[in-house]
Ligand binder design. Structure first.
Ligand SMILES: [Zn+2]
Length: 98
């Protein structure tokens, strides 16, 4: 089963990165730390502390490697958020020029 994990920061494939991801895992493309909230399936900005895992004690910095024992890599970590944010920014820009 190949879910095709991608880097939360640049979208590069993580196929070459040894699994499971560990605290010292880095994206081979942008060197982003990968054991981070942004890469995790429990990451949700709509929730308190941006974490849907109730038992976890969410780290403050969502972009730095953490020790969270509930970490689960999320397959679409990159697309889910960054694309919609970019689209929104584009919409805002277009409004400005209308
Ligand atoms: Zn990357």
């Amino acid at each position: 089963m190949d879910e095709g994990l991608v880097c939360w920061k640049c979208g590069a494939t993580l196929r070459e990165v040894p699994q499971p991801l560990s605290r010292i895992s880095l994206c081979l493309s942008c060197r982003a730390e990968l054991h981070v909230c942004r890469q995790c399936c429990f990451y949700d900005t709509h929730k308190a502390e941006s974490c849907t895992e109730q038992r976890a004690d969410p780290p403050k910095d969502k972009q730095r490697a953490n020790f969270c024992e509930y970490f689960q890599p999320r397959a679409n970590a990159w697309q889910a958020e960054d694309n919609s944010a970019a689209d929104k920014a584009k919409d805002e820009l277009q409004k400005l020029f209308q």
